[in-house]
Design a protein around this ligand. Structure first.
Ligand SMILES: [Zn+2]
Length: 96
């Protein structure tokens, strides 16, 4: 008269569609099964993707600094300082 409670020890990652042991998934207390939806290696790949974003953004900022330096006839260093100062201390456009 003993009931066997089936405990799932594996889980399929929706990202790589691979069935893995539960310890291949990071713990996540808010999840119903206590594990993250995607496996550790996918999570790692995803955070690597995320890390690419600031790189792309900084290229855009560099282009903006270059354009501003050229426009104002100042060095890129000065342009960066001015743009930063303006971004930090004013909310208004004060261009001529
Ligand atoms: Zn995966």
């Amino acid at each position: 008269m003993s009931e066997t409670i089936e405990t799932k020890t594996t889980k399929t990652c929706p990202r790589c569609e691979t069935e893995r042991q539960l310890d291949a998934f990071y713990k996540r207390s808010v999840s119903p099964d206590g594990r993250q939806a995607i496996c550790k290696s996918c999570d790692l790949a995803r955070s690597r993707d995320r890390d690419d974003t600031p790189m792309r953004v900084s290229v855009e900022i560099k282009d903006m600094v270059d354009a501003y330096a050229k426009d104002q006839g100042i060095t890129q260093r000065e342009a960066a300082d001015r743009l930063l100062a303006r971004a930090l201390f004013t909310n208004e456009e004060d261009e001529a």
